[in-house]
Design a protein. Structure first.
Length: 140
């Protein structure tokens, strides 16, 4: 993967991309086909509006906030890889990051839609366990 410094160079380019949100210690792994390209897909994330009732997906305790809740200035770095076999590399790349640092709400790969159809959305949904804050005021 290479760091993207000019998004316009990725117009119409199919491949994998990673959006890094340093301030939030989060990453998002995505794919873009030849019909949209990496640049267009990233811009879609920055401009999409999630409906209020779609901000939490699953339980409040395990839901992952959508990448579409963030904007361009939240994204501090982007990495991309040109490839025609986008879905083959998405899940292996995603699994390299600990879940607590990822904004992907479903597993990656070409079989996600098929698995969800057969096994239900719960089979492809990614969640995370949030740590319960420790109350230091009672230890004094």
């Amino acid at each position: 993967m290479v760091e993207v410094t000019d998004l316009t160079k990725w117009d119409g380019v199919p491949g994998l991309y990673i959006m890094v949100l340093d301030e939030f210690a989060q990453v998002y792994v995505g794919v873009a086909g030849a019909s949209s390209g990496i640049a267009k897909r990233i811009r879609q994330h920055w401009t999409n509006q999630k409906q209020f009732d779609r901000l939490i997906w699953g339980s409040v305790d395990t839901s992952i906030l959508s990448i579409d809740s963030f904007r361009a200035l939240d994204t501090t770095r982007i990495f991309a890889l040109k490839t025609e076999r986008t879905f083959d590399g998405e899940n292996p790349l995603l699994e390299q990051f600990p879940r607590k640092f990822t904004l992907n709400r479903v597993m990656g790969g070409n079989d996600v839609v098929h698995l969800a159809g057969f096994l239900g959305v719960g089979a492809v949904m990614r969640t995370r366990e949030f740590e319960v804050p420790v109350d230091d005021s009672s230890s004094s």
